[in-house]
Design a protein around this ligand. Structure first.
Ligand code: PHE
Length: 447
């Protein structure tokens, strides 16, 4: 067998894992959910859950992946201890692979909208605004379909080239630029009329907004934003060398991901209030009226308020957002592709082509049935499946995996870890508390 590819450096891995984590979840999902769920209260609950539940679950995935050095299904099988847990591992693995593929199908649609806005900004800058606006019209099937196809082709071509050439190279390029542009845009939006109301809604929590449904939404958002449950981080962990300290890397990724989400909110929530101030949308009783398309109305309005330079800013912003989406989508597609290449004779290229085409076909079915399927698939995958898969993975680590193997894997790359709090607490924490807290949140929201 050919030797397995690995990330060539620690920073390459951190960039790739952060690239997977940072994406539309931060820049589209988090601000939209914050706006629809009472502002600052949601932000607070989100932050608590990111560190309390998502970080430990991320560690579970990274540790399993690096130990087993395989895709999600094979990894779970290999750490199981008998026929029953093997069956369970196989089931959880396939559920994860299916979920990753379904997530990619709606993710590619939203990314297609972004590409449409990019095309719009490009044509507008070139003096063809009418043709541009057609591209960014999200009620136009042809434009949506074109965006979807372009995005899936980009994703597939990166995955077909493998880990170091594809995944790592791409992920290492973008982060600093995205950070810089977000910061500049925040500076601009805060000078606009109405922005201070937005800032208030974003930063001053009203605790009476907190309810079980908000907690479940925040939990789903945290798992989505950190790419958890579906084996994306597990597979990335499988390409990581034994010299690296997983708890530190995991903490870095968690911090960077939460930081970018908070920054994106700092741009978009005030931008929403500026738009409301200008009569472009409505906020009733502190609730912003607008569905998944919210930021696609708000941001172009913001850019056009900038005058001539606006379309250039839009061009750069949507280009960066496309790259951010790509570094996430490649981690989704890598989940089924790694399973196929490791368990069947198919080459990486063939597997990528077949699986990518199937996912694109399914995304087209969603596009043709937006009203019924779009929200349904998002809820099914991100609100329910991801946290439940998180529970399953915690249970696997805590109850099925031989404790000695787990501890040895934790030690790799982390000298002296035996004297840390992480060593004492984390194994028990994922065994008992994580699954209990996640299930409790679901139970409460069903009441
Ligand atoms: N974390 C990504 C984002 O925030 C989405 C993602 C989910 C990536 C699941 C991989 C797996 O955009």
């Amino acid at each position: 067998m050919a030797s397995r590819e690995q990330f060539s450096s620690r920073s390459g891995f951190i960039m790739a894992a952060a690239g997977s984590a940072i994406g539309l979840g931060n820049i589209w999902g988090f601000p939209t959910q914050t706006a629809n769920n009472g502002g600052a209260a949601f932000v607070m609950v989100y932050l608590v859950l990111a560190f309390l539940l998502a970080y430990p679950a991320l560690m579970a995935e990274l540790i399993i992946g690096r130990h087993a050095r395989a895709n999600m299904v094979t990894s779970l099988r290999s750490i199981s201890t008998g026929p029953l847990s093997r069956l369970l591992g196989t089931g959880i693995g396939f559920y994860g692979v299916m979920t990753a593929s379904l997530i990619l199908s709606f993710y590619a649609i939203v990314s297609g909208w972004i590409i449409g806005h990019f095309g719009d900004a490009l044509l507008t800058t070139l003096g063809m605004p009418d043709a541009g606006h057609t591209l960014s019209d999200d009620s136009n099937f042809n434009s949506n379909f074109l965006g979807l196809i372009v995005f899936m082709c980009l994703t597939m071509s990166i995955i077909a080239s493998g880990v170091t050439d594809g995944i790592e190279k791409w992920s290492s390029r973008l982060m600093p630029m995205l950070l810089l542009l977000l910061t500049l845009l925040i500076g601009y939006v805060l000078t606009q009329d109405g922005a201070s109301d937005g800032l208030q809604a974003y930063l001053i929590p009203d605790f009476s907004d907190i309810n079980p449904d908000l907690v479940v939404s925040a939990m789903g958002q945290a798992f989505f934003s950190m790419s958890l449950g579906v084996g994306a981080m597990l597979v990335y962990g499988s390409y990581l060398s034994d010299q690296e300290s997983l708890p530190k890397i995991g903490a870095t990724v968690t911090l960077v991901d939460a930081g970018i989400a908070i920054l994106a909110g700092l741009l978009i929530i005030p931008a929403i209030y500026v738009a409301a101030h200008n009569g472009q949308l409505e906020i009733i009783d502190g609730q912003v009226q607008g569905g998944p398309g919210l930021i696609f109305g708000v941001l172009p309005a913001l850019f056009s308020s900038m005058g001539a330079i606006g379309s250039v800013v839009a061009l750069v912003f949507f280009a960066l957002l496309t790259i951010a989406a790509l570094t996430s989508s490649i981690s989704m597609l890598e989940v089924p592709v790694s399973l196929a290449t490791e368990e069947t004779p198919a080459s990486r290229k063939t597997a990528t082509l077949i699986i990518g085409t199937l996912i694109t076909a399914f995304a087209t079915v969603i596009l043709l049935n937006m009203g019924t399927l779009f929200d349904f698939i998002i809820n099914l995958t991100t609100v329910y499946s991801q946290p439940l898969l998180g529970v399953a993975l915690c249970i696997f680590v805590g109850w099925v995996w031989h404790r000695n193997d787990l501890l040895t894997s934790m030690q790799a790359g982390s000298d002296g870890i035996e004297n840390t709090l992480f060593w004492t607490i984390w194994p028990l924490y994922v065994q008992y508390l994580c699954p209990a807290l996640i299930l409790l949140a679901f139970y409460q929201s069903l009441q």
